[in-house]
Design a protein around this ligand. Structure first.
Ligand code: MF3
Ligand code: CO
Ligand code: CO
Length: 259
């Protein structure tokens, strides 16, 4: 109803800081990703880091979600609940997804991490998923259609023999956790709303080795797994539409041009 929020300069500055902290949290978490460590332990370190920087983990208590991050191994597509009983082992691929609230502003980002040596099959999926995110980011500029993000992501994923999860999407973010619009990762060319300067949203493609569909665990109501138990990978950035292109707000390593 309210439509897509165009953020003010002050809001953008606040969201930029929160995004930076979310990305720094992932950098910090990296040291704990190794065989024998539980995802619950990593979540504890993530919570400590976020709180010690004066922020709040957005996921904790969000619609009853119990933890400070989502950690999704192997066949878990998203919303894996960190647990002391989930022990990382050599060859796992995991997504860690962190959303911070700093001074009321949200920053949302996730990355894949490898546990020890991973298979070539897993590595190829992870590489292709990052490429999908990058292709989506290239579409972010004023006057372009949101649908073109999903168009290029789906086209590339299909060309590699993978499938795009359509049951979970990117989203507007910044003032609230999940704002309009819904950013589809599979879409038709030149469809949806037009991007405008001051819009901030995530692109967070989940790419599956096998079928695109997911099942949510009945026991916890959150953990979304591939229906065929094949691998899934995901990367997420929060992105600002600028007057001439975009700025990847969660890119703290200057991997993307600002334009
Ligand atoms: N951070 C996730 C996203 O990218 C949302 C997690 S919601 C939770 O949108 F409740 F599962 F934590
Ligand atoms: Co998100
Ligand atoms: Co996220």
């Amino acid at each position: 109803m309210g439509g897509i929020i165009i953020k003010t300069a002050e809001q953008i500055e606040g969201i930029r800081k929160s995004c930076r902290l979310a990305a720094e949290t992932l950098d910090y978490a990296a040291q704990y990703v190794k065989p024998g460590i539980s995802t619950g332990f990593i979540d504890k370190k993530i919570e400590e880091f976020i709180v010690s920087h004066g922020a709040i983990p957005a996921t904790k208590g969000y619609n009853g979600y119990p933890k400070s991050s989502c950690i999704s191994p192997n066949n878990v597509v998203c919303h894996g609940i960190p647990s002391e009983n989930t022990i990382l082992k050599d060859g796992d691929i995991i997504n860690i997804d962190v959303t911070t609230i700093l001074n009321g502003f949200y920053g949302d980002t996730s990355r894949m991490f490898s546990v020890g040596e991973i298979s070539l099959q897993a590595e190829n999926l992870v590489d292709a998923t990052l490429h999908c995110l990058n292709l989506g980011i290239e579409q972010v500029k004023p006057g372009n259609y949101f649908g073109n993000i999903g168009f290029v992501i789906n086209r590339y994923a299909m060309s590699k023999g993978y499938s795009v999860v359509y049951e979970f999407c990117g989203h507007g973010v910044g003032i609230d956790f999940h704002e309009e619009p819904q950013v589809d990762h599979a879409a038709r060319r030149n469809t949806g709303e037009l991007m405008k300067p001051g819009m901030i949203f995530t692109i967070e493609p989940m790419i599956n080795e096998g079928k695109p569909r997911t099942n949510v665990d009945k026991h916890d109501g959150w953990t979304a797994r591939t229906v065929d138990n094949k691998l899934s990978a995901q990367f997420e950035h929060t992105i600002l539409v600028t007057p001439t292109g975009c700025e990847v707000l969660t890119d703290i390593h200057n991997e993307y041009p600002v334009n």
